[in-house]
Design a protein around this ligand. Structure first.
Ligand code: ZN
Length: 306
């Protein structure tokens, strides 16, 4: 995609949302609101997000993909809905006090992307996709980014278009190249089996369904080092990245009360709770600092038992 002056101004504003990261703390609330607005834009041609939609939908997005919750759901949505105005890409149809749910409900406030940006995005769908790609990959790992896009009504295929199109290596940390060497050494160190459940499937000698997972996310300066890697089956990788499963300081597995399942197969996840990591002699466990990052920034809710 050709990036002219107006487009690069828009992408810079979107990119600056990432700068709110302080010492690796996640703050996905504003990016989730922008993604929701981009999804509305793609679906309806207007980025308008009425508070009634934000209160329900944005709160759901924050609950599913956000950081461990410290406030009520509506309150969590009111924060980005009012504060995103200061970033120069978002406007509300009336003045309201910051962070307060009451006035947003009472006046049925509607927010939208700033008019000139909205016009630009309407005229250039490729730019909308580029903005969504940059935003989602700067905030979420590969396991979760496609789900975020689906949840806001955007096509997850746009992630692949980005990979195909980008040959320049410029841009944000999200463009840092994935190290294949790291992946191979993590799988080897963990004996090509899931550190949580021990799954070790192969097809014709090739490992299948097992990923090298970053404990501290790649997009949040998680290093490609052995003490930041776990071999996890694709299911447990996803649950780990969604914060449904985590690790305690003692490196036992903990399962969040937010995860529920109805069938005995689904409930096998509960049985991971309290287990030690499956690792062979000599394999270094994840470093304490990376585990702490995951526990404070990703793990959701409360563990099954304390
Ligand atoms: Zn597993």
């Amino acid at each position: 995609m050709e990036v002219d002056e107006a487009a690069s101004a828009l992408l810079a504003r979107i990119g600056s949302l990432r700068q709110h990261q302080i010492k690796g703390k996640r703050s996905p609330h504003k990016p989730l609101l922008v993604l929701l607005a981009l999804g509305q834009m793609a679906a309806t041609g207007s980025s308008e997000v009425p508070w009634s939609l934000a209160e329900q939908k944005l709160a759901e997005l924050i609950s599913e993909f956000g950081t461990p919750r410290r406030t009520g759901a509506a309150q969590g949505a009111a924060y980005p809905f009012t504060r995103l105005q200061a970033d120069g890409i978002w406007v509300l149809d009336r003045d309201v006090p910051m962070d307060q749910v009451g006035p947003l409900r009472q006046h049925q406030v509607t927010g939208r992307l700033e008019r000139s940006f909205e016009d630009l995005l309407r005229a250039r769908p490729a730019l909308l996709e580029e903005a969504a790609r940059r935003l989602v990959t700067s905030q979420f790992p590969d396991t979760v980014a496609p789900d975020v896009l689906v949840a806001v009504g955007l096509d997850p295929a746009l992630l692949h278009a980005w990979r195909d199109a980008d040959h320049t290596g410029r841009g944000t940390a999200a463009l840092r190249r994935r190290s294949q060497v790291w992946r191979t050494s993590v799988l080897q160190a963990w004996d090509r089996q899931c550190a949580f459940c021990g799954f070790d499937g192969q097809i014709g000698g090739a490992t299948v369904g097992i990923d090298a997972a970053h404990v501290r996310w790649f997009a949040f300066d998680g290093p490609d080092s052995l003490d930041n890697g776990l071999a996890l089956c694709t299911l447990h990788h996803k649950l780990f990245d969604l914060g449904a499963v985590g690790l305690t300081a003692e490196l036992t597995i903990q399962v969040s009360t937010m995860f529920t399942a109805r069938t005995s197969t689904g409930r096998q996840v509960y049985e991971l709770h309290g287990r030690e990591l499956t690792r062979r002699t000599g394999t270094a466990p994840p470093a304490h600092a990376h585990v702490t990052w995951h526990t404070t920034q990703v793990f959701k809710g409360k563990p099954l038992s304390v």
